[in-house]
Design a protein around this ligand. Structure first.
Ligand code: 1GP
Length: 246
């Protein structure tokens, strides 16, 4: 098992919740912004740095990952929206299969394209079932992936999907309402998935306040991913870290 998955499983076993800061490489084009984001993440004792996005308009993905790695000693994990978002500077990649959707390219197609590069880079690949959940409005990921999100009020569908992922041998579940979503995955849905699978559960999309973060952790989330909220208010990371770790 790779070091990052081991970190997730160990934290889960101890009941220690993790905070992951998502860095959008387009946003990180500004060197000063990137530095401040990584420094704040380190000072606030965030646990992981994720880099990626559903749609990138800048060409400097590899350079961004390299810079994040230079600026911190935290594990840097790729959260790729496409096979173009790979970098040998990262520690690991969430090898995502979009199991809530029925788009074959995102279930296996992109993986075939990306696999030789991941292998050649020698980075840890974490087989992750990615489940898109309705967050109140269409998001870049729902548009780009051309998939239908799981309805927000259908925890049973989410649990059945996660169980299928676990039976297929995936090692983590990432439930996401998409970057900038109006609302996060509900505590009820997280609790249903928690009851269904023993895998580490990663939750992202639309988390903007400490009370929500706390409720999602209490419902069974193991890792919370936040990006937009820290882009809008870089200092919020300190309160979020306290909510997740406290
Ligand atoms: C998106 O889960 C991430 O895929 C983070 O979402 O930008 O809304 O925090 P936010």
């Amino acid at each position: 098992m790779g070091a990052v998955l081991e970190q997730l499983e160990e934290a889960k076993a101890r009941g220690r919740k993790l905070l992951a800061v998502l860095i959008d490489p387009d946003f990180g084009q500004d060197e000063a912004v990137l530095e401040r984001t990584v420094q704040n993440a380190c000072m606030a004792k965030a646990d992981l740095l994720l880099v990626g996005g559903s749609l990138l308009t800048s060409a400097a993905f590899d350079r961004c990952v390299q810079r994040v790695k230079e600026l911190s000693d935290h594990p840097v994990v790729l959260f790729p929206g496409s096979p173009a978002q790979l970098s040998g500077h990262a520690d690991a990649v969430l090898f995502l299969s979009l199991i809530s959707g029925r788009n074959p390219e995102l279930l296996i197609g992109h993986h075939v394209t990306a696999a030789p590069t991941v292998k050649a880079f020698g980075i840890e690949a974490i087989p992750t079932g990615y489940m898109l959940v309705d967050g109140g409005k269409p998001t870049t990921v729902s548009y780009v992936s051309q998939t239908l999100p799981i309805p927000h009020d259908k925890p049973g569908i989410a649990a059945a999907t996660a169980i299928a992922g676990e039976l297929l041998g995936l090692r983590a579940i990432y439930m996401d309402t998409g970057s900038g979503a109006e609302r996060a995955v509900s505590p009820e849905m997280i609790a249903a998935v928690r009851q269904g699978v023993g895998l580490p559960i990663i939750i992202g999309g639309g988390i903007r306040d400490a009370a929500t973060a706390k409720a999602l952790c209490e419902a069974g989330a193991d890792v919370l991913v936040m990006g937009t909220a820290f882009e809008q208010d870089p200092e919020l990371i300190f309160a979020m870290s306290e909510a997740v770790h406290g």
